[in-house]
Design a protein around this ligand. Structure first.
Ligand SMILES: NC(=O)c1ccc[n+]([C@@H]2O[C@H](COP(=O)([O-])OP(=O)(O)OC[C@H]3O[C@@H](n4cnc5c(N)ncnc54)[C@H](OP(=O)(O)O)[C@@H]3O)[C@@H](O)[C@H]2O)c1
Length: 283
C-alpha cells in the first residue's frame, strides 16, 4: 500500500474564519457510498470509513443528491463508533424555503447528527433562499459553517459572486491538474475573503487515472514524496495554499489510505509543481 498515513501525522489546514483546523484530505461519498441494500458494497464502504478514521481522516462530504450516501455514512459511522471524530459536510439541493428546511432536517436524521459541521448550497440551487435560512440555522447552532458548491468551470463566476456577496465560510469547487481553472481567479478571491476551500473532483471523477494508466510515477516525483499517481494529483492540489481540504471519492480502503498519504510528507514547491503540470500535460 503506497505511502500509508497514520493518525496524527496528517497535514492540517485552518478554516480562516473559525480558527478550527482540519486534516487536508477528506472523503467524498458521491456514487461510492450509495450502497444501501448492497451487502458487498456496504462492507467495502465500512472498511473504507474505518481505514479513513483510523488514518486520522475527519472530513466527509455528502448530499441528498447522492442516493443513500447520507444514510450509509450515518449508519456506518454509528456502527464503527467514529461519529464524534468525523467533521460532516452535506448540502441542500432543492428549491423553496420549506422544501430546503425539510431536506436539511432529513439529512441530519440520515447522517445521525444533531449539528452539522458544514451545510452547503449544492450547485447554487436557489442559493439566496437557502443562505437566508442558514443564517438563522447558524444563529440557532444547528450548523457550524455555511458554504456554496459547484463542480464546473462554467459556474466559477457565479461562485465568485456568491462568496463575495454573502457571508459564507466555505467554497467547494472542482480543481485538479485536469481542471485547473479555479486557480485563475476564484481561489485567490476565496483566500482574500477568508473563505475556506473544499476541492471536489480531484481526479476528474477518475478520468485522470485512465490518462496515466500503464505509466509509472516519474522518479523525480517519487523522490519528492509522491508514492502513487493519486498522491501526485493530490499533492499538486494541496500545494495551493488557498485549499483547505481535498475530498476524493472512494469506497476502496487501499485507495483511501493512499489518498490520506498525500497529507503526509512534503508538498511540492513552485518549481516542482510547474514540472508536475507540464508532465501531466505531456501525457
Ligand atoms: N457539485 C458538487 O457539490 C460536487 C460535484 C462533484 C463532486 N462532489 C464531491 O466531491 C467528491 C469527489 O469527486 P468525485 O467523486 O466526483 O470524483 P474524484 O474524487 O475526482 O474521483 C473519484 C474516482 O477516483 C477513484 N479513486 C479514488 N482514489 C483513488 C486512488 N487512490 N487510486 C485510484 N483511484 C482512486 C475512485 O474509484 P474507487 O472507488 O475505485 O477508489 C472514483 O472512481 C464527491 O464524492 C462528492 O463528495 C461535489
Amino acid at each position: 500500500m503506497p505511502g500509508n498515513a497514520r493518525g496524527g501525522e496528517l497535514l492540517e489546514r485552518r478554516i480562516p474564519r473559525s480558527n478550527e483546523s482540519l486534516p487536508a484530505v477528506g472523503l467524498g461519498t458521491w456514487q461510492v457510498f450509495d450502497v444501501a441494500g448492497d451487502t458487498a458494497g456496504l462492507g467495502q464502504a465500512r472498511d473504507t470509513l474505518r481505514t479513513f478514521a483510523d488514518g486520522g481522516g475527519r472530513v466527509v462530504d455528502s448530499s441528498p443528491m447522492y442516493g443513500s450516501s447520507e444514510s450509509v455514512t450515518g449508519q456506518l459511522a454509528g456502527e464503527l463508533g467514529v461519529g464524534p471524530r468525523l467533521w460532516v459536510a452535506t448540502k441542500v439541493w432543492t428549491t423553496g424555503r420549506e422544501a430546503g428546511i425539510q431536506q436539511m432536517e432529513e439529512s441530519m436524521r440520515r447522517l445521525r447528527v444533531e449539528r452539522l459541521d458544514l451545510m452547503q448550497v449544492h450547485n447554487l440551487v436557489d442559493v439566496a433562499t437557502h443562505l437566508a435560512t442558514l443564517r438563522d440555522w447558524k444563529a440557532a447552532g444547528r450548523v457550524s459553517h455555511v458554504g456554496v458548491t459547484h463542480y464546473h468551470a462554467g459556474a466559477h463566476a457565479d461562485l465568485e459572486r456568491a462568496i463575495s456577496r454573502n457571508d459564507v465560510e466555505f467554497l467547494q469547487v472542482n480543481f485538479s491538474l485536469a481542471e485547473p481553472e479555479a486557480e485563475r481567479r476564484l481561489l485567490k478571491v476565496a483566500a482574500d475573503r477568508g473563505v475556506a476551500v473544499l476541492v471536489n473532483r480531484p481526479f476528474a471523477e477518475g478520468a485522470m487515472f485512465r490518462r496515466v494508466q500503464g505509466r509509472p510515477v516519474p522518479d523525480w516525483a517519487e523522490k519528492a514524496g509522491c508514492a502513487s499517481w493519486a498522491q501526485f494529483f493530490l499533492k499538486w492540489i494541496l500545494a495551493q495554499p488557498a485549499v483547505t481540504c481535498v475530498i476524493p471519492g472512494t469506497r476502496n480502503p487501499r485507495h483511501v489510505a493512499d489518498n490520506l498519504g498525500a497529507a503526509a510528507g512534503p508538498l511540492p514547491d513552485a518549481a516542482l509543481r510547474a514540472r508536475m503540470t507540464s508532465h501531466f500535460r505531456s501525457l
